[in-house]
Design a protein around this ligand. Sequence first.
Ligand SMILES: Cc1cc2nc3c(=O)[nH]c(=O)nc-3n(C[C@H](O)[C@H](O)[C@H](O)COP(=O)(O)OP(=O)(O)OC[C@H]3O[C@@H](n4cnc5c(N)ncnc54)[C@H](O)[C@@H]3O)c2cc1C
Length: 675
Amino acid sequence: MSSSHDPTKQNAIDMTNARAATSIEVADVRKFLNGGPLLWDRRKKIVTILSNDPVFDKSLRAFHSRQEQFLRGEAISNRLYELQELHKWSQEDMTIALSVMDEPLPIASHNITFKPVLELQASTELRSKYAAMTASKGILGCYLQTELGHGSNLSCLETTATYLPQTQEFELHSPTLTSTKWWSGALGKTATHGIIQAKLILPGEKDMGPHLFFVQLRSLETHETLPGRTLGDVGQPDTLCGWASTDNGFARFDHVRIPKENMLSKFAGVSDAGEYVTPPHAKMSFSGLIYFRSLMVTNAGWLIAKAATVSIRYATVRRQGEIGPDGLERQIITYPSVHVRIIPLLARAFVYLELGRALTRRVDELTRDLSVGDTTQLAELHHMVSGLKVLVSTTGIQDLETARRSMGGHGYSAFAGLGKLYADFLPAATYEGENSILEQQVVRAALKTFRSLSTPRPASLSGTSSYLCLIRDKALVPPKATADTWAKPEAAISLLEWRASLLVQEMANTTTTPDPSITQRVSRAITEAFVAARVGELIAALDSAFKPRAVAVVRKVYLLYLLTTLESALVDLLSLGLIIATVETATHNPTRGLRLAVARLCKELLPEAIGLSDAFGFSDWELDSALGVYDGRVYEALWAKAQQEPLNRTDVTEAYEVSIKPLLLRGQKIAGAKL
Ligand SMILES: Cc1cc2nc3c(=O)[nH]c(=O)nc-3n(C[C@H](O)[C@H](O)[C@H](O)COP(=O)(O)OP(=O)(O)OC[C@H]3O[C@@H](n4cnc5c(N)ncnc54)[C@H](O)[C@@H]3O)c2cc1C
């Protein structure tokens, strides 16, 4: 290696060279990933405004205490709405501004849970009374479902809402410690109002199960807790310090009276006399959940995109190990064992971003349908979104950690930026429906559809259940994967659909002796078959989206998504006989062809990796990562960050007199020696 070699200059050279190697029109792909030129333009303008505003400064946040992070979160929420007024941002602009925030903000509970549930489930009277205040943030809301003693099992919630016909009021009450509402975002210190799940008790002690009620929590004059309520923060949310900027809270109610109109009674209600009014559809209350969960798909797409961008940029400029043809240590991205880990992240981000956008359109349609009482799409969308929520949270968490590990020790530094994203995203596997519980729901619906196929009135197979056509038609025979399969998206999609249908069939045939992991595998197989079919549609639409060179590259990205999905499904594919050893395979290992195809695709995409990750369009402010800086000068960025560490303000730490000195002196005394 040349002694005149300067690694910091080399960082920039490596990044410039990698950028120059990209053959695609990055600007075109960027517009596509951002939902079109107008949305990309809006995002750019909004990010410029935010990144130049001191409230959104991220330079010191790695050193903030919980209290400081919370105060910053509230300041960010306030400033965002101030800026909305100042710049006359539309609702769409605000959605962009909120989506580029990398903090779990207390205001999110208002926007993502409280407001949509109120809009979807409140009566016209209740909605019109609070709609303007809710929209303008004149009141701030939260959603109180989970209790200290129960989360997933809604039917066992203990908080009661007892109807009192004499005064036409409900009385909210927390009868036990375990009925304390727990975990609700913004409940601790922020929210003035809440939507609460409580057991509806009708005259004659009739327990009608959980229903939604609207309740004021704090005074609009002083922000003090109103009488009868006990409110507070549940404490630092987790040991990794995720969610520190949000006040997840607890609440107890002591015989709190609310007017009858405060029941969210668009669908289920209570007559003045106290009789129950049945909802038109058993799953009507799921519409709010569908909305929150659908947002998680796009959100996971952007998170994985960040992880991909940071890790690919760092691996491009980090040199380590063997000496390459240029006489320098090799860029770590050139090692297959590195790039096969991080290039697939690009593929998942590309797919989830498009999938999320399509899902948002479907959920908007559902909301319109429900507002006129049309519930035809409700159950289908509920199961689809539940499965997707599980898939994107599971893979998103894995991908963030994969990216972090691919960067070695520096990946663990707070300045790498991925640790915070990981800590904030971890509970996505738990909130908005614990993943294992959602898997059970996805599988139950699939089994019901499957069983109906052998009845005189079979369910129609569409959307999430279309893969079942394969076993409905007895003449169809499962394919056998060959070397060709890995080059053809349609063959990969077919394998994933067969895997889902055969697994559902197996589960239906083994209900008396189930294997313990089958629910998780079936749910994943169903969702991956659904996503694979959508990827097929995305591939088919590529010609009209890009110029030929980008079509070829993005097609490879989508194919890589399909192949890595197959790779993670190998246990099922082998167990179900969808991949079998053939005499042609030299090693008799039938999975080798797939693995080699994944490796080949990753290698082919390598020269495009910087261009593809630039296409997400992240600014340095958005990434907030010393290892993911656009110009590649990672060592200088890391050095500058370390200089801000508060411990470095003084040469001799205050711990010296208190602890280090006595320790040293004791040791020196025991050793009886002087140096
Ligand atoms: C950061 C964060 C934010 C949150 N925000 C809110 C909010 O705003 N509002 C709100 O109401 N809640 C909120 N929650 C709570 C969240 O919705 C619940 O934690 C979640 O629903 C799971 O419930 P639980 O914690 O009681 O888990 P449990 O239901 O106790 O589950 C514990 C374990 O048991 C398993 N299990 C439970 N039941 C079964 C079963 N029948 N079969 C098999 N396995 C089972 C689960 O799979 C899980 O592994 C939040 C949580 C977090 C972490």
